[in-house]
Design a protein around this ligand. Structure first.
Ligand SMILES: [Fe+2]
Length: 375
């Protein structure tokens, strides 16, 4: 079964016979018809790609036939075979887009064959373009779907990662809290001290206007500031009476011990200096330790923690005294602002106490650093 079929329509049977003779050795199937109506009926039955029609026929003119074919099967390539006398009609038909080519009678055999070959190529090419367009359209739709799926996947994955990240942060803080509680447990009077220092210090950090990352470091440093007390004898830590100079020297070793304990922990590298210097005095006086740093040389979290630590200690009960009232605390902060305390930190604490009053130093407050940083 040949792949290509051409239909010739002409009322002159001799012409049709001549065409069949001419094309009998070609690989095309050649159909013929002498009437327009019959040609249209054939078109319904036979798959064909090219129609060549005479113009002047008794019942239906060539132009009308080709127009009808264009209507029914626009893909079929339409050509006209005509004598010089009907040239005007044919040219008009070409201009209106009804036909692909005009072949004049009498024709040149080789030219006719070449034109038919071109017509089939033209048909095949148009079909191929159509097919490619369809493929491209389908692939575009597929690609859009894939893109959409990819976006959803990336969004889901990012969300999962963020959740995992938060889980890790929470676990990290919980571990640090457990360590801080172990330190506080050495002395029943200081239970919850480290956590509260962390909370007060975080609030001061926000009051000063620090960025989130630094507030978190302030909190962690607050939790861990006294971790070095693990290395100080219990008898010294829990001694209710005044310490001897030797015992005081033992106590003064705790920031250095704390820094040494934390030193090997890579993710606490930023916290180590904050712990080491939380007892330095802002004016660099000898009452500060261990390195007698002063001013900005003392890490800001350390300066914040010193104020938070003092407020927490003063407002807590001790074996030898009850917790002090806020007015006494406020007086103390004023008194040591500029000497022991960085005035900026002292003022932040004073503003917080002024604004929040007793509720600021409430001993049982729930605090979640990540929730705090989100607000
Ligand atoms: Fe301390």
């Amino acid at each position: 079964m040949p792949e290509h079929t051409v239909l010739f329509v002409d009322d002159e049977v001799n012409i049709l016979k001549a065409v069949q003779r001419l094309l009998r050795n070609e690989e095309w199937k050649v159909l013929t018809s002498s009437r327009g109506e019959e040609a249209l009926a054939l078109l319904e039955r036979e798959p064909l790609q090219v129609v060549v029609s005479d113009q002047r026929m008794p019942e239906m003119s060539g132009v009308d036939l080709l127009a009808a074919i264009r209507e029914k099967q626009p893909n079929v390539v339409r050509m006209m075979l005509t004598g010089y006398t009907e040239m005007n009609v044919a040219v008009d038909a070409i201009n209106r887009g009804e036909i692909y080519r005009l072949i004049t009678k009498p024709w040149n055999d080789e030219e006719l064959k070449a034109t038919l070959r071109q017509a089939f190529d033209h048909y095949d090419l148009k079909q191929e373009i159509k097919r490619l367009n369809q493929v491209t359209r389908k692939q575009n739709i597929k690609l859009q779907d894939m893109n959409r799926n990819l976006e959803i996947k990336v969004r889901d994955r990012t969300k999962q990662l963020a959740e995992k990240h938060l889980e890790l942060r929470v676990a990290y803080v919980q571990t640090i809290k457990a360590l801080a509680e172990a330190v506080d447990a050495k002395d029943t009077y200081t239970r919850g001290h480290s956590e509260r220092v962390g909370v007060y210090a975080s609030k001061m950090g926000r009051e000063i206007g620090l960025p989130k990352e630094l507030i978190e470091r302030v909190y962690i440093s607050g939790l861990l500031h006294d971790v070095g007390k693990i290395g100080v004898r219990d008898a010294v830590i829990t001694k209710p009476d005044k310490l001897t100079p030797e015992e005081y020297e033992e106590i003064k070793a705790h920031p250095g011990i704390g820094a040494r304990i934390l030193q090997p922990v890579e993710f606490l590298a930023d916290v180590v200096p904050c712990v080491r210097h939380h007892h330095e005095w802002f004016d660099g006086s000898s009452r500060g330790y261990p390195d007698r740093l002063h001013g900005d040389r003392i890490p800001l979290p350390s300066r914040i923690i010193l104020v938070a630590d003092t407020v927490e200690a003063m407002t807590s009960d001790r074996p030898y005294r009850k917790g002090l009232a806020l007015e006494a605390v406020v007086r103390e902060i004023h008194k040591y602002s500029g000497s022991q305390f960085d005035p900026r930190c002292a003022e932040a604490m004073l503003r917080l106490l002024e604004r929040e009053g007793e509720s600021f130093v409430k001993k049982k407050q729930k605090f979640d650093i990540h929730a705090f940083l989100e607000v």
